[in-house]
Design a protein around this ligand. Structure first.
Ligand code: HDD
Length: 714
């Protein structure tokens, strides 16, 4: 049954106006929805359809006797259970998914002939899976790690998968190094530690020996690696791709996803605490946002480089460890993606979805990026062991909405009853069907871009890939001072966990010193290593001194505090009017308000009403919120001032640079905590106080408070 929660269903354009293939799309979409099984009103049955009378007791020889092998009901149930698990993904095992749609802003025919980019009326269904890289399926959501950002577009011309990350570069330049990199970052082989993080010897051993990783490691040590929310991350296709129009004209492009929610991060202390207080913090955040109708939205854009400009940059477009700074080539918006439906079943959808960078449609093509080329092989190969054979495309979540007739047959888990008598081509028995479609401007068969190659067969890295430090330096120099400090702390923390001193020293002297000597010196000091000398590599530097687009501080988004979580702290004696006032004022901005009490029990307001609370302050600690409000009511304020739980809540929110507003009479509570008022620590109930609070939440953190917050215990 189709879900009721969609505002834009998995539909396509009206049938009848297009080719027969396209006219079939609606019916196909419907059949994909029909696999959703609804047990309401149904009898419990075996897999063979037999009604079950007793699901509590095994068939036995007497009430106290041995179980009988004959019990086909028990055997079927246990056998199925014994095989419920499939191998988790070798990387990106921890993930969460959502359905939604893509809509083009206009017709981009000059750029690509891909159908989903032609018509602003057209709704293309998508499924997105976000993930961490290192940790297993049950690992924490908030670890320092790259986030996967994989989007499957179910277009009328076949599935297009954009399998990217929330960082625009990668650790290595050639796919043959991927197993080495993954073995190094994964938990250590002898004791399987650490879970979910890169703060260990094998990772730093590898990256300090492989300078091409320098730029990406810089991103991984930045705040980008601890996003506040999956809704608040940029996404990148990373490799340079080609878009090709109906005339066969190709442009190089880099894909970007820009979140309307802004690009925001957790603080490291928050991220670590959340890993214990709510392992599911990010999947819960996405789930709840969608359930409450606060649908996250991204803009899909491309940086476009005409073929003629391929060699105009001081880096190679084929090198996946390089960005094209947005100041050199701005991002052209193509359309928007909205996520508006949670999966009905995690396993069937999020776990079984199979992405592959090789899933492209006419109008899109690859480049010779050697990392991309290897990926084209790896993903399909991995699904064969993960999903049990080559028919994984028949699993509903992977099934294209476009028809997919061909002569491939049989294999494990074949679900299709092929009616044709001839499973080969050419044939005369089935009238020659299914037939090839000649390549063409629209609705043609896929045709690879005819790039001219004149080369020796050789195992070699192009000299144009050799500069590993210029863009790492550009990244560091483009950060705000606060962001730079966070990077210093991240390197110091991670390397501090490395047991072997020669690895720490190599990272500082041979990598960081070549990027930025001050950065290297600060990290060395924190590790107790001798001050590093200037790096030995001659770094040519970038065309730009800075790229402001790299700093998160420049990406506040355009939805204000919509979907931000605000805690309202209450106790017996709270002023109910003050609670209502703040609730109304903040809900007018579409923030999410949660009332927290000393326990989960309702509290009694000053005028004797019972006020329900959403959770206790212990159940939902401050690390789960973006801001805190303390309403008026003397008795309640006194109770909060006497409560270690409430004081900890406020001090921790203060330490994490969050906006805190108290009613005017709550000032004494703030004073009692020894906190100084600032742009985001406010007392007052009037419109001015509300506006100041909203502005502080919008700014995400009260960065000016950072020095004062240092003194607060974690
Ligand atoms: Fe990969 C999964 C992203 C390089 C081999 N990768 C995977 C996923 C994402 C990425 C988001 C999870 C997809 C999902 O949610 O199911 N991978 C990237 C990016 C890369 C990259 C952005 C570089 C730019 N990957 C890469 C290389 C190889 C792989 C070079 C192998 C040569 N990746 C895989 C894989 C995975 C995978 C082993 C594991 C599970 C899967 O594919 O389906 O095949």
């Amino acid at each position: 049954m189709p879900s009721k929660k969609t505002d834009a269903p998995r539909t396509s354009e009206a049938a009848g106006t297009q080719t027969p293939d396209r006219a079939n799309t609606n019916a196909k979409l419907q059949s994909l929805e029909d696999v959703r099984s609804d047990p309401t009103g149904q009898a419990l049955r075996t897999n063979q359809g037999v009604r079950i009378a007793d699901n509590q007791n095994t068939l036995k020889a007497g009430a106290r006797g041995p179980s009988l092998l004959e019990d086909f009901i028990m055997r079927e149930k246990i056998t199925h259970f014994d095989h419920e698990r499939i191998p988790e993904r070798i990387v990106h095992a921890r993930g969460t998914g959502a359905h939604g749609y893509f809509q083009s802003y206009g017709c981009h025919a000059e750029l690509s002939k891909a159908g989903f980019l032609q018509d602003p009326e057209k709704i293309t269904p998508v499924f997105v899976r976000f993930s961490t890289v290192q940790g297993p399926r049950g690992s924490g959501d908030t670890v320092r790690d790259v986030r996967g950002f994989a989007v499957k577009f179910y277009t009328d011309e076949g599935n297009f998968d954009l399998v990217g990350n929330n960082m625009p570069v990668f650790f290595i330049q050639d796919a043959i190094k991927f197993p080495d990199f993954v073995h190094a970052v994964k938990p250590e082989p002898h004791n399987e530690m650490p879970t979910g993080g890169s703060a260990h010897d094998t990772f730093w051993d590898f990256v300090s020996l492989v300078p091409e990783s320098a730029h990406m490691v810089m991103w991984a040590m930045s705040d980008r690696a601890i996003p506040r929310s999956l809704r608040m991350m940029e996404g990148f296709g990373i490799h340079t791709f080609r878009l090709i129009n109906a005339e066969g004209v190709a442009n190089f492009v880099k894909f970007h996803w820009k979140p309307r929610q802004g690009v925001h991060s957790l603080l490291w202390d928050e991220a670590q605490k959340l890993a214990g207080k709510d392992t599911d913090f990010q999947r819960r955040d996405l789930w709840e946002a969608i359930e409450t109708g606060d649908y996250p939205e991204w803009e899909l854009g491309v940086q476009i480089v005409p073929e003629a400009d391929e060699h105009k940059f001081d880096f190679d477009l084929l090198d996946p460890t390089k960005i094209i700074p947005e100041e050199l080539v701005p991002v052209t918006p193509l359309g928007k993606m909205v996520l508006n439906r949670n999966p009905d079943n995690f396993f069937a959808e999020t776990e079984q979805v199979a992405f592959c960078p090789g899933h492209i449609v006419p109008g899109i093509d690859f480049t010779n990026d050697p990392l991309l080329q290897g990926r084209l092989f790896s993903y399909t190969d991995t699904q064969i062991s993960r999903l049990g054979g080559p028919n994984f495309h028949q699993i509903p979540i992977n099934h294209p909405v476009a028809p997919n007739h061909n002569n491939q047959r049989d294999a494990m888990h074949q679900h299709v009853v092929h009616k044709g008598r001839a499973s080969y081509e050419p044939n005369s028995i089935d009238g020659g069907w299914p037939k090839e479609t000649p390549a063409g401007p629209q609705d043609g068969g896929f045709e690879s871009y005819q790039e001219r190659i004149d080369a020796h067969k050789i195992r070699e890295r192009s000299e144009s890939f050799a500069d590993h430090f210029s863009q790492a330096r550009l990244f560091f120099e483009s950060m705000s001072e606060t962001e730079q400090q966070h990077i210093v702390k991240a390197y110091s923390f991670e390397l501090g966990k490395v047991e072997r001193e020669h690895i720490r020293a190599r990272e500082v002297n041979e990598i960081l010193a070549n990027i930025d000597l001050q950065l290297a010196a600060a990290v060395a000091a924190n590790l107790g290593l001798p001050a590093p000398k200037a790096g030995t590599v001659k770094v040519k530097g970038s065309q730009l001194k800075q790229s402001p687009a790299l700093s998160q501080m420049n990406h506040l988004g355009d939805v204000g505090i919509k979907g931000r979580k605000i805690a309202v702290l209450v106790a017996d004696g709270v002023d109910g009017g003050s609670v209502d006032h703040w609730r109304k004022a903040l809900e007018a901005h579409s923030a999410r308000i949660l009332v927290l009490g000393p326990t989960s029990a309702p509290v009694k307001t000053a005028d004797g009403q019972m006020l329900a609370v959403d959770a206790s302050m212990e159940g939902m600690p401050s690390v789960m919120f973006d801001g805190v409000v303390v309403p008026g009511g003397k008795k309640a304020l006194d109770a909060l001032a006497a409560s270690g739980l409430a004081k900890h809540f406020l001090l921790e929110a203060y330490k994490h640079l969050k906006a805190i507003a108290s009613a005017a009479e709550g000032k004494s509570l703030i004073d009692g905590l020894g906190l100084k008022m600032d742009k985001g620590l406010l007392a007052g109930d009037d419109q001015k106080a509300v506006d100041a609070f909203v502005k502080a939440v919008e700014g995400h953190r009260v960065w000016e408070r950072e020095a004062a917050a240092e003194a607060i215990p974690a």
